[in-house]
Design a protein around this ligand. Structure first.
Ligand SMILES: NC(=O)c1ccc[n+]([C@@H]2O[C@H](COP(=O)([O-])OP(=O)(O)OC[C@H]3O[C@@H](n4cnc5c(N)ncnc54)[C@H](OP(=O)(O)O)[C@@H]3O)[C@@H](O)[C@H]2O)c1
Length: 270
C-alpha cells in the first residue's frame, strides 16, 4: 500500500505510551502541526515527546496523563483540549486492553476496564469532539478495533465483543459523519507484537492466542503505515497484512453454524 502524505492540524492519539499508539505518534509527527498524546503512564509520553520534539522541531506536542477508565479523567482531557483551543482534525482512538481467560473466572475490575476504555471512552471522546471537528472543516476518526471484533471468541469473550462494538459503531458513524466532512475508519489488526499480550495474560504461563503467531503477525510499524494509507484513501475498514485480510475475508464467508463448530473446539489454552 502507498504511504500517506496527509497533513493534520492537530492529531490526538490515545494509548500513546506503548505499542501501536506510540507508533502512530511517531509516524504522524512529520505530518502534524500539533500532537496530543494521552495514556496513564505520563513519563513514557514525556520521553516519547522529547524524542519527537528533537526530530521535528516545528511540531507542538501536548502530553496528558489520563486513565480513560475513569469518567473524570476523560472529562479533564476534554477540558484541557477546550481550554487550549485544541480541536483535533484527527482522533486516533487506540487505547485498549484485553483479558484472556474464561469469563466466569474473570475479575470484574478487568471486565469493567475493558468496557470503559475500549467502548465507553472511545465513544465519549468521539461524541464530544465530533461537533467542533465538523464546525472547523472536518477531519478523521481512526478507531483501533481488531479482527477479534469479526467473530465471537470463547476465552476472549468480552474483548471480542468490545471490538465488535468498535467496528460496528465506526461503520455506522462513517455514514453519518460523511456529510460533515469527517472520515471514520476502523482498523482491524490481527496479532501485533506489543505489550497487549502481557496485559491480557492473567498469569505469565498463559499463551494468548495469536500473540506468538509468526504466520499472521504484522509489525506495529506496518500496521500504522497501512492504517494511515488506508485512511488517506477513505477506506471504511482496514485489516493490515494480506494474510490477516484474507483470514478476515474467509471468516466473513463462513456460515455461522460452521463458525460455531470451529469455535467449539476452542483455541489452545492453559
Ligand atoms: N497487539 C495486538 O495484537 C492487537 C491486535 C488487534 C488490536 N489491538 C488493539 O490495538 C490497540 C493498542 O494496543 P497495543 O497492541 O498497542 O497494546 P499495548 O502495547 O498494551 O498498548 C495499549 C495502550 O493503551 C493504553 N491504555 C490501556 N489502558 C488504559 C487506560 N485505562 N487509560 C488510558 N490508556 C490506557 C496504554 O497506556 P497506559 O498503560 O500507559 O495507560 C497503552 O498506551 C488496542 O485497542 C488493542 O485492542 C491490538
Amino acid at each position: 500500500m502507498r504511504s500517506h502524505h496527509e497533513h493534520f492540524r492537530c492529531g490526538l492519539v490515545t494509548g500513546a505510551s506503548a505499542g501501536i499508539g506510540a507508533e502512530f505518534a511517531r509516524q504522524l509527527a512529520p505530518f502534524c502541526e500539533t500532537l496530543v498524546l494521552t495514556a496513564r503512564r505520563r513519563e513514557r509520553l514525556v520521553s516519547l515527546a522529547e524524542d519527537l520534539a528533537e526530530q521535528h522541531p516545528d511540531l507542538t506536542i501536548h502530553v496528558h496523563g489520563a486513565d480513560l477508565a475513569k469518567d473524570g479523567d476523560v472529562d479533564d482531557l476534554l477540558k484541557v483540549l477546550a481550554k487550549q483551543k485544541l480541536i483535533p482534525d484527527l482522533v486516533v482512538n487506540n487505547a485498549g486492553l484485553g483479558d484472556y481467560g474464561e469469563f466466569l473466572s474473570a475479575e470484574w475490575p478487568r471486565i469493567e476496564a475493558m468496557l470503559s476504555v475500549n467502548v465507553r471512552a472511545l465513544t465519549r471522546l468521539t461524541h464530544a469532539l465530533l461537533p467542533a471537528m465538523a464546525e472547523t472543516g472536518g477531519g478523521a476518526v481512526l478507531n483501533v478495533s481488531s479482527i477479534a471484533g469479526d467473530f465471537p471468541i470463547p476465552d476472549f469473550a468480552v474483548y471480542a465483543a468490545t471490538k465488535a462494538y468498535v467496528t460496528s459503531f465506526s461503520e455506522a458513524l462513517r455514514i453519518e459523519a460523511r456529510p460533515l466532512g469527517i472520515r471514520v475508519m476502523a482498523l482491524c489488526p490481527g496479532p501485533v507484537k506489543t505489550e497487549f499480550g502481557d496485559v491480557a495474560r492473567r498469569d505469565p504461563a498463559t499463551v494468548v492466542p495469536g500473540q506468538g503467531d509468526r504466520l499472521l503477525q504484522v509489525s506495529k510499524e506496518a500496521v500504522v503505515a497501512e492504517a494511515l494509507a488506508a485512511l488517506a484513501v477513505g477506506k471504511a475498514r482496514h485489516y493490515p497484512g494480506w494474510k490477516v485480510a484474507v483470514s478476515a475475508a474467509l471468516i466473513g464467508l463462513l456460515p455461522i453454524a460452521l463458525l460455531r463448530f470451529f469455535l467449539g473446539c476452542r483455541p489452545h489454552r492453559r
